[in-house]
Structures are given as C-alpha cells and as structure tokens.
Design a protein around this ligand. Structure first.
Ligand code: NDP
Length: 277
C-alpha cells in the first residue's frame, strides 16, 4: 500500500525544512507518511490546494505568503486559527469539509515550556512585532496567563489593533499595544516576532527592558546567534533561544492532528540543529 500524502505549500518553498522534519517524524513513529514541498503560483494557491486534496492528499502545511488565503478558503476553523486570521495546517474532515488550524502558537509555547523549561504563568512578557507570526501566537500565549503581555511594534497602531483583537482572551493578563520606544520596565521574557533579524536589523528597544533574569526568544533561527539575541545577551540577558524548536513543535502539532500520534521532538531538534549549525 502506498504512503499517505502530505505537503507544505508556499512560494518560494524550496528552503522549507518541513519535508525533512516530517520524514523524521514518520521514520520515528512508523506512520506511512510521504511529505513533499509544493510551490504554488502566487495567483494559484486555492487551485493548488483543491487539486492536492482531489488527488487524495491527506494534509497540507501552508507557509508564506499563503497563510491568510488558507484561512479564507477553509470551511471550518479551530479557535486558534480563527483568532490568528491565518492557517498553517489544512485537512479534510470526515464530512468532506476543509479544516484550518494554526499550530504556530502551540509550537512556540511547547518550545518555551517543554523544551526550555520556561514558566509563562504570572510572568511579564514583551513581544515585538505585530505581523502574522505574532498574531498567530497571541492566543496560546494568553492561555498561559502571564501577568503582563505588551505588544510593541514599529507601527504602533498595528500593535494596538492586535491588543484590541485579543482583549476578550486576556483574562487577568494586562494586555496592551505600543511602539518600541514605550516599554521601559524590565521583562521576564522578550519574544522577537519581527522580521528585522532577517535583514540583520534590530528593533530600537531600550536596554532597560533587560534585567539579569530576562530570557529572550527570537522566532527566527540561524546557525549563528541571531542579531537580536546577540544584542540581548550583550545587554545582560540571562539566556537566549531561537525559533528552531518552535518550527519543529508546530510541525509536531500538525503531525498529531493528522495522524493521531505525537512524535518525540527532541531527537528531531537535535538532528536539525546539527544540520543548521
Ligand atoms: P510579517 O511580514 O507579517 O511581519 C513583520 C513584522 O516585523 C511587522 O511587525 C513589522 O513591523 C516588523 N518589522 C519588519 N522589519 C522590521 C525592522 N527592520 N525593524 C523593526 N520591525 C520590523 O512577518 P511574520 O510575522 O510572518 O514573521 C516574523 C518573523 O517570525 C520572521 O522572522 C519569521 O521567520 C518568523 N517566524 C518563525 C516561525 C517559526 O516557526 N520559528 C513561524 C512564523 C514566523 P511593521 O508592522 O511596522 O511593518
């Protein structure tokens, strides 16, 4: 019997680590999974998705720039996808409906809590950026009930809009949006969800947000310490983490949704870290 077919759809997509990650998950769990990468034309995402499922495909991951389109074309959405306004995980359910989930936030929280032993409950968290990645993780972060969650962005209005959008999910957490120049207090955890590191740039943040116990997490990953993490460490941060674990944890969450089996991520993070490094 042939393997069940899965893929990641993006444009470009050749750089994606998802095929390697899911192949390692399949080998580890013994699940009959074949996972490929599909580059959809920029104006042909919906046709690519429809064609894939018509050919018997079982599930898709979706990456830049199609996550919002995946959300828009779906028939059903989980709460976390609904709030994220974007989807990175698609599948057809037993009623033949296209389901959208978003596993990025669960991936970030799993990497922080499970892999790095970071407690989020009751903590003061600063998150930088107000793009798709940050919107995708706010729901799962708020579910951990931090004391404070400040969203700071280059365009402050976008941070305020996001804070408003998640006000109903905040519970007792003090949630607010602002510009980079506003936060002046020390945070327990600072998460960089901007794409500034991709250009080797830094969000212009006051070093006063970093204290001796501050942890930093850059959603970006690279073989070398990222620009943001270097800046934080040189300003006294206790430790710095990058986003490779988040990438692998969001993939594990998708694999568990599709297959009902949760892979062990530790050996996969190790294998990818060797390869990245
Ligand atoms: P978007 O393009 O949606 O948003 C980019 C954000 O970065 C905006 O808030 C933008 O501010 C800000 N920004 C861009 N350039 C600069 C700069 N030079 N200085 C300060 N702020 C800047 O991108 P995404 O949200 O999709 O992705 C953000 C990052 O998260 C990327 O590095 C991506 O690789 C990473 N990511 C990692 C994942 C993982 O699994 N590890 C998963 C998803 C994303 P403004 O609003 O003012 O334009």
């Amino acid at each position: 019997m042939s393997d069940d077919l899965y893929a990641v759809v993006g444009n470009p997509v050749s750089h994606s680590k998802s095929p390697r990650i899911h192949s390692l998950f399949a080998a580890q769990t013994g699940e009959p999974v074949e996972y490929t990468a599909i580059q959809a034309p920029l104006d042909g995402f919906a046709e690519t998705v429809t064609g894939f499922f018509e050919r018997g495909g079982r599930g898709l991951n979706v990456t830049v720039p199609f996550k919002e389109q995946a959300w828009a074309m779906s028939d059903r959405r989980t709460w976390r996808a609904e709030k994220a306004g974007a989807s990175n995980t698609l599948f057809i359910d037993k009623d033949g409906q296209l389901n959208a989930d978003n596993t990025d936030g669960a991936g970030l929280v799993a990497d922080l809590v499970k892999n790095h032993g970071v407690t989020l409950a009751g903590k003061r968290i600063l998150i930088l950026g107000a793009g798709g990645a940050v919107r995708g993780v706010l729901g799962p972060l708020l579910a951990e009930q931090p004391e404070t969650l400040v969203i700071a962005n280059r365009t402050p209005a976008k941070a305020r809009v996001l804070a408003g959008l998640f006000a109903d999910d905040a519970g007792d957490t003090q949630l607010r949006g602002c510009g980079f120049d506003e936060p002046a207090e020390v945070f327990d955890l600072i998460i960089n969800g901007t794409s500034a590191s991709l250009q080797g740039e830094l969000p212009p943040l006051a070093p006063a947000v970093i204290g001796p116990a501050t942890l930093v997490y850059d959603m970006m990953y690279s073989p070398d310490t990222t620009t943001f993490n270097r800046w934080a460490l040189s300003n006294g941060a206790k430790a710095a983490m990058d986003g490779l674990g988040m990438l692998i944890e969001q993939a594990a969450e998708a694999f568990a949704i599709w297959r009902g089996v949760r892979p062990d991520t530790a050996p996969v993070i190790e294998a990818l870290r060797d390869r990245v490094g």
